[in-house]
Design a protein. Structure first.
Length: 254
């Protein structure tokens, strides 16, 4: 059984997915499985993935699987399908246009095991659409609880790792709402489980023009919706949290 299951939702990621898969295959920690879930891609993503699987099988890698999301749509459903299919103790998420540094899994597992954490995340570095660093690193706090996370959405999906021996899988499921990843982190932390941050830029966050996160107005509407309609915070508390959210969001980008 693999130690780590890497879950990658894929939707029209043909420009990026080869680099993403290569960054997993090149990890110093080699006891992993890669689960890619195609979410109704209309480009050449599936062909690229299947070709990659064939090449890696020739090199001895057997633990790369491509699933189809079927009748359902969206990243939340794709990631949840990946969670259901995962065989590993640790569940790690990676978006189809992001990449990992070679030491990412090794360092994060060592960190997670050292402190006995259920939920960890790491720092990351911004890159352009070609994956070239733009010299902007996001530092992360060592420890976050629910009340902290409401005001600081620094936990980035492609850095997160859960321990399935300590965290029920149903708690890992992402709700079918906009910004489902942030909603999931809050859901976990709301139970009293903290998130522990490894302040090392081990993930490369590719900021491509077509990504949802590049639309600032969309991001603002989504976070406000989470406050009001998912977390059911009052208007004043929502506004208070939003001020801090906006401050941290700006600081991550300057």
């Amino acid at each position: 059984m693999p130690t780590v299951s890497v879950i990658i939702p894929v939707h029209n990621a043909g420009k990026f997915i080869f680099d993403t898969m290569t960054s997993v295959a090149g990890q110093e920690f080699s006891d992993w499985e890669m689960i890619l879930v195609d979410d109704h891609s209309e480009d050449d993503s599936v062909k690229i993935i299947n070709d990659f699987i064939d090449i890696r099988k020739g090199k001895g890698d057997q633990e790369i699987r491509l699933l189809s999301s079927g009748d359902k749509y969206g990243a939340a459903n794709a990631r949840n399908m990946g969670i259901d299919a995962a065989k590993g103790r640790y569940i790690a998420f990676l978006d189809a246009d992001d990449m990992w540094e070679p030491e990412k899994l090794r360092e994060q597992i060592e960190f997670q095991e050292k402190i006995g954490a259920e939920f960890t995340f790491t720092g990351y570095e911004f890159a352009d659409e070609k994956g070239v660093s733009i010299d902007r690193i996001v530092r992360v706090p060592f420890h976050m609880r629910y009340k902290d996370a409401l005001k600081n959405t620094t936990i980035f999906t492609s850095t997160v790792m859960f321990d399935s021996e300590k965290l029920p899988r149903e708690l890992m499921y992402m709700p079918d709402v906009p910004s489902e990843d942030t909603a999931c982190w809050w859901k976990v932390m709301k139970t009293g489980i903290p998130a522990w941050g490894l302040n090392r830029p081990l993930t490369i966050y590719r900021r491509s023009g077509g990504t949802l996160s590049s639309n600032k107005l969309t991001a603002i509407k989504r976070i406000w919706n989470l406050y009001r309609n998912v977390e059911h915070l009052g208007l004043i508390r929502s506004a208070w949290c939003f001020v801090f959210y906006a401050f941290h969001a700006v600081m991550r980008r300057i």
